[in-house]
Design a protein around this ligand. Structure first.
Ligand SMILES: C[S@@+](CC[C@H](N)C(=O)[O-])C[C@H]1O[C@@H](n2cnc3c(N)ncnc32)[C@H](O)[C@@H]1O
Length: 292
């Protein structure tokens, strides 16, 4: 059985939206728990387009880094913690922290997910805490991974600043997230947050506005600015099917090439599966590094 640590998410109350934790809990019970009720359903989740894309992002990150993922890794906003389980099976990984502020996911979902995915539970700690407040691991972590989690942050600067503290010098932060173009207007961004989630009833048992679940529509530049301001170096890869095939290859990662002058290079989703119409799952692959 994996260890449980309590880092008191209430300590981050200023950055947690009232009601958002309850909504996430509802989502975990209604939508994700049924996936781990039996072997077949778990397999369909663990091999879904979303996990396929995100595992590919981990591979591309290794090209960027020039070596395999190793040492102490942390998944923030882990939810089901399928990715923490996946990382625990990497041979050079020594310790995994799965940080999540929904207690239900931590206690009821993660143990099932670990079983279904053959996780090395003895090296995993399930952490009940907020990713803006991670007091016990400063300067200890080699890699922080956010799989669709930091676009829920109410304060990206607080999140990136905490990541800076937790990382060892030279440690990396990798996030795969939805994002908006830099040209999105302020009023359009607000309107998106105010709009109703069409799947609200099925996901949460009631209609909700996107903002109630801390679902944000951050622009690429907002992720970058928060990371730079926190003292991290940043590389933002943006995927879109209207992007250029010219730069769509592993070379962009190996050479750490993200900018063409002053604008982001938009890459074609060249590693997406043909059977899914080369669909982009997350538009942003953000890599940040605490300078040595
Ligand atoms: C879209 S889900 C992604 C879950 C998971 N990474 C995955 O790939 O399935 C976002 C997760 O972040 C968690 N979360 C949001 N804000 C958080 C915070 N401040 N601290 C810890 N977890 C948070 C939510 O409870 C939710 O489980």
């Amino acid at each position: 059985m994996s260890e449980v640590l309590i880092w008191e998410p209430e300590a981050d109350h200023e950055n947690i939206r009232e009601g958002a934790q309850d909504l996430q809990s509802e989502l975990h019970r209604r939508v994700y728990e049924p996936y781990f009720a039996n072997e077949g359903a778990a397999k369909s989740f663990l091999e879904s387009p979303r996990t396929y894309w995100r595992k590919k992002v981990l591979e591309k990150f290794e090209l960027f880094k020039g070596s395999p993922i190793s040492g102490v890794v942390m998944e923030i906003g882990a939810g089901t913690a399928w990715c923490a389980a996946y990382l625990s099976r990497r041979p050079l990984v020594e310790r995994v922290f799965a940080v999540e502020y929904d207690r239900y996911a931590l206690e009821h979902l993660m143990p099932k997910v670990f079983q279904h995915s053959n996780a090395r539970e003895e090296i995993i700690a399930r952490v009940f805490g907020s990713y803006n407040h991670m007091p016990q691991v400063h300067n200890r972590v080699d890699l922080i991974v956010s799989i669709g989690a930091i676009h829920h942050s109410e304060n990206l600067y607080a999140t990136m600043s905490e990541a800076y503290k937790v990382l060892k010098p030279g440690g990396y932060f990798l996030a795969t997230e939805p994002c908006e173009p830099n040209t999105l207007s302020v009023s359009a961004q607000i309107a998106k947050g105010e709009s109703e989630d069409p799947a609200g009833l099925q996901k949460y048992g009631r209609q909700i506005k996107h903002k109630e679940n801390s679902d944000h529509y951050y622009r690429v530049c907002e992720f970058e600015a928060a990371a730079y301001r926190a003292g991290l170096d940043v590389w933002a890869y943006v995927f879109d099917s209207s992007g250029s095939w010219w730069n769509s290859s592993d070379r962009a990662f190996v050479r750490r090439k993200v900018y063409n002058g002053y604008s982001n290079i938009v890459l074609r989703p060249y590693f997406a599966r043909r059977s899914e119409g080369k669909r982009v799952f997350d538009r942003l692959m953000l890599i940040a590094q605490r300078p040595l």
